[in-house]
Write a protein that binds this ligand. Structure first.
Ligand code: PA5
Length: 449
C-alpha cells in the first residue's frame, strides 16, 4: 500500500486536449529537472537525499538524538521557514498530540519547542518560564547562518545555557545545523566546538527536511528516520517516470497548473486531522516560495476541517469560483472512538450510536468533496494508507517533486526566493544595520510622512 493521488472528482473540469498538451509540457519539465537544464539547477540535491544520506551520517544523527533523549527534558529547536517547518510537521503528525504535556515516562522523547520563528518577546519570556528547573539542549538551524530571527533567539538561549550550565557544559548541549563552510553560525560552531551537522550546498531551505535539518529533531522526538527515508526513497523510484499517465506526482503538478490556467488562483490544502496543521504550514512555504514570483503562482492556503467548514465552508460552497481544494487524508487511523448509545436520544444522534468517529470522518470528507465539487470547486485527494514515518517520507517526496515540476510548468525558478529579500532589506535598514544607512533614511522619511 502506498500514497494515492485521486483526481476523479476533478475530471469534469479537465478537457482531454488540455491534458494531452500538458503531458508534453510535463515531459519537458521532467527533462529540465533531471538533466539540470532548468533554472535553479544548482539546487536539485534534494532529489537524491533519500538514498544519499550515508550510514555514518545517519549514525551521527542517531547518536546526537540519543544523547539529547538521555540528558534533556527539553529540546529547543531554533530556526525559521525551511529550517523548522518540516521537523515540526513530522513531530506533530507522527507523535502524540499532547507530547509536550505528557509525563516524562510516557513521552516519546523530550518536550520539543520551536523558537526563532517570530519576533515576539511574550513567546520567548513564556517559554523561558517553562524551562525553569529542566535540563535543556539546543538545536540551532540556519543554512545561511545569518537569518535575523533565529540569530536573535540563539543569542538569548546561548546566554541562558551558559548561565545555567557554565561555558563548557553548555557547549556539549548545543547542536548546530548549518552550511559546511559559510556563515556566522558555522564560524561560531567551529569556534565553540559545538556538535554540528551540514546542510548540503545544493539543497535549499524549504527542500531540506530530509537533511539533518529535519532528521535530528525528528530522531530526538523518537521518529524512525530510517523508515522515513525509506518511504521517501520508494517515492523517488515511484515518481520517476516522465509519462504523465504513469506518474501520480506529475498528475498533481499538471492538474493544479491546469486549474491555474483556468483562473483558479487559490489552492486550499485541507485535512481532517489537527495533527496535519504544520504539514499544511510546510506545504504552504514550499509552494508559495517556489512558485510565487514574476507576477505568477497559485496562492497556497491550508485549512483544518471540520473546524474550517464552519468558517470558510460557506465561501467554498458559494463564493468566488477562483479556487480548488486538495484534500490530504489518512485512509486508516490507528485508533477509533465509538459513539455511545443513549436511548433517550435527546440530541437526535442515536442513528450514530455504535458507529466509530472514523466512520464520521470518512463520511464528512466524502460529503464535503461532493458538495464542493457540485459547487464548482474541483477537489483533488492525496491519501496515505496509515500515519507512519514511511508514508510521511512518501508525502514529503511527492510534494517536493510535484512542486519542482509545477514551478517549471509555470515558467519560474522553483528554487530561489528573491521576494523574501525585499522585507529583509527594509528590516535591516530600519533596525540600523551598518551598510543600510541610505535605505534607512528613505524609509524613515516615508514613515514619518
Ligand atoms: O526556503 C528557504 O530558503 C527559506 O525559507 C529559509 O528556509 C528560511 O529563510 C531560513 O533560512 P536559513 O536557514 O538560512 O536561516
Amino acid at each position: 500500500q502506498a500514497l494515492r493521488f485521486d483526481y476523479s472528482h476533478a475530471c469534469e473540469f479537465i478537457a482531454q486536449h488540455d491534458w494531452d498538451q500538458l503531458a508534453a509540457e510535463v515531459c519537458r519539465a521532467h527533462t529540465q529537472l533531471h538533466l539540470g537544464t532548468g533554472p535553479g539547477s544548482e539546487f536539485r540535491g534534494w532529489l537524491d537525499l533519500p538514498i544519499q544520506l550515508c550510514q555514518p551520517e545517519r549514525e551521527r544523527i542517531r547518536q546526537a538524538a540519543d544523547k539529547i533523549r538521555a540528558d534533556s527534558d527539553v529540546l529547543i529547536v531554533i530556526g525559521i521557514g525551511g529550517s523548522y517547518l518540516g521537523a515540526k510537521a513530522a513531530l506533530e503528525m507522527l507523535g502524540h498530540h499532547f507530547n509536550n504535556r505528557l509525563p516524562a515516562g510516557r513521552r516519546s522523547g523530550p518536550e520539543i519547542y520551536f523558537v526563532g520563528n517570530n519576533v515576539s518577546s511574550v513567546y520567548l519570556v513564556h517559554l523561558l518560564e517553562l524551562l525553569e528547573g529542566k535540563n535543556v539542549s539546543l538545536n540551532v538551524v540556519s543554512k545561511s547562518g545569518t537569518t535575523m530571527e533565529p540569530a536573535i533567539a540563539f543569542r538569548l538561549f546561548r546566554d541562558w545555557m551558559v548561565k545555567k550550565y557554565g561555558q563548557e557544559q553548555a557547549r556539549t548541549r548545543i547542536y548546530a545545523t548549518t552550511d559546511r563552510k559559510k556563515g556566522a553560525l558555522r564560524q561560531l560552531a567551529d569556534r565553540e566546538g559545538y556538535a554540528s551537522f551540514v546542510i548540503p550546498d545544493d539543497v535549499g531551505g524549504r527542500y531540506s527536511i530530509l537533511t539533518p535539518v529535519g532528521l535530528l529533531p525528528m530522531a530526538a522526538g523518537g521518529i524512525d528516520i530510517d523508515e522515513l527515508l525509506q518511504g521517501a526513497a520508494c517515492a523517488r523510484e515511484r515518481f520517476a517516470s516522465p509519462d504523465l499517465d504513469q506518474n501520480p506526482c506529475y498528475q498533481y503538478a499538471a492538474v493544479r497548473n491546469l486549474f491555474y490556467r483556468q483562473g483558479k488562483l487559490i489552492e486550499i490544502l485541507v485535512s481532517y486531522e489537527p495533527r496535519f496543521r504544520f504539514f499544511g504550514e510546510w506545504w504552504k512555504q514550499l509552494f508559495a516560495e517556489s512558485e510565487g514570483k514574476g507576477g505568477k503562482g497559485l496562492f497556497p492556503v491550508a485549512a483544518e476541517y471540520s473546524a474550517d467548514l464552519h468558517s470558510i465552508g460557506q465561501y467554498l460552497q458559494d463564493g468566488q469560483r477562483h479556487l480548488f481544494e486538495t484534500v490530504l487524508s489518512v485512509q486508516k487511523s490507528e485508533v477509533d472512538v465509538t459513539i455511545a448509545d443513549d436511548p433517550d436520544n435527546l440530541d437526535g444522534l442515536q442513528y450514530l450510536a455504535g458507529k466509530g468517529m472514523e466512520y464520521v470522518r470518512a463520511r464528512v470528507l466524502r460529503g464535503a468533496i461532493l458538495a464542493h465539487t457540485d459547487g464548482g470547486v474541483p477537489n483533488l485527494l492525496v491519501e496515505i494508507p496509515r500515519m507512519t514515518a514511511y508514508h510521511f517520507g512518501e508525502l514529503i517526496y511527492f510534494f517536493e517533486k510535484a512542486c519542482a515540476i509545477s514551478g517549471y510548468l509555470l515558467g519560474v525558478n522553483p528554487f530561489d526566493q528573491p521576494g523574501v529579500e525585499a522585507y529583509k532589506t527594509n528590516m535591516f535598514a530600519l533596525l540600523g544595520r551598518p551598510g543600510f544607512e541610505k535605505r534607512k533614511a528613505e524609509l524613515e522619511a516615508r514613515i514619518d510622512g
